[in-house]
Design a protein around this ligand. Sequence first.
Ligand code: FAD
Length: 385
Amino acid sequence: MIATPSRSLSIIGAGLAGSLLAILLSRQGWQITLYERRGDPRVSDYESGRSINLALAERGRHALRQAGVENAVMAKAVMMRGRMIHPREGEPQLQRYGRDDSEVIWSIHRKDLNTTLLQLAEDAGATVHFHRRLHTVDFDAGYARFIDDRDDQPHDIRFDTLIGADGAGSALRAAMNRKQPLDECIDFLDHSYKELEIPPTDDGGFRIEANALHIWPRGHYMCIALPNDEGTFTVTLFLPNEGDPSFATTNSGAEAEALFARDFPDALALIPNLRRDWEQHPPGLLGTLHLKHWHMKGRAVLIGDAAHAMVPFHGQGMNCAFEDCIALAAHLLEQDSLGEAFAAFEADRKPNAEAIQQMALENYLEMRDRVADPQFLLQRELEQA
Ligand code: FAD
């Protein structure tokens, strides 16, 4: 167990990983301060337009269980028994993930999850400062500067150690990289995504099967939909950036509607605000982040997307980030110094994260193409028999 005079840690980013880590470390007796760029999601609008709901798998649930927060999170989760494949022609077909309901994944709303974890972090003793965007870090002097984006005012703090849970575009990673190169490389995918919504029925029910992850595989591209507990579905269209069809050829809402009418007619009938949402939501970029190092001795360490952002096709980015939190908390208990704990954490988690990054890239092909292939389905049935 590490004995430092202050036992204080500053976490940058109060998103999914930052909040969960704050719960775990506060309970271990660390004095935790979280700095978050946005406002408090419990009192203000949550930024939308980016993966509104997420597939929670056993890896993530296991981490939540260990943190003692599983029940609070699962109260709002929707079970997904398998993939509901919507072919170009014919009826949708459910491909179960396992033999029964013990092998399923869950759909969870990002805002519900984030606010639940934030509240539990505060209850555990962590302090959260909102409207604090990390701007610059002076590692030698131990000072970090944050900006409040509402009035552009700087706020400086003294820190002992920084933990970067500030997502794929991590400002802490950029600051660490300036101090000591991390050999950063980002492989952007030549496909992007856009989110749309299927509203509930007039009496608040689901318009299509609730307990499934819906997929419309179309070869080089695909559409998916995940349920939310209030009866809506978040629809995500993944499309190439160039070629036809692509985001380059589908600019206006009318062009998007024409694409859906041709390729996803049953989905089009379920998305009344397709034209408006298409024009209001910018396409999101997708990429895989590779780093040689995740930490700077005992001074700073990166977790979650800040360390290993991945494409979303295995639904494992958050699940992997939650596993990071459990691992980092365990190494902080086991090691004698922060430097040793961060090095052990990196050695433990980096190979796992790299494996999941690769599987996520491979799964795009399976989801957009192979799930509709009769040969693939036959093979799958034989494997499960
Ligand atoms: P984030 O959730 O990005 O949190 C970072 C936090 O840091 C945010 O609150 C942000 O406001 C804050 N921040 C950013 N910059 C600063 C700064 N300079 N100063 C202070 N604060 C800052 N994963 C799954 O497991 N299952 C899925 O089904 C799934 N689906 C996805 C679908 C899409 C389309 C995408 C893009 C991703 C998906 N993911 C999924 C991945 C998942 O969203 C991420 O892996 C997860 O959010 C990572 O958590 P994090 O806490 O590391 O980062």
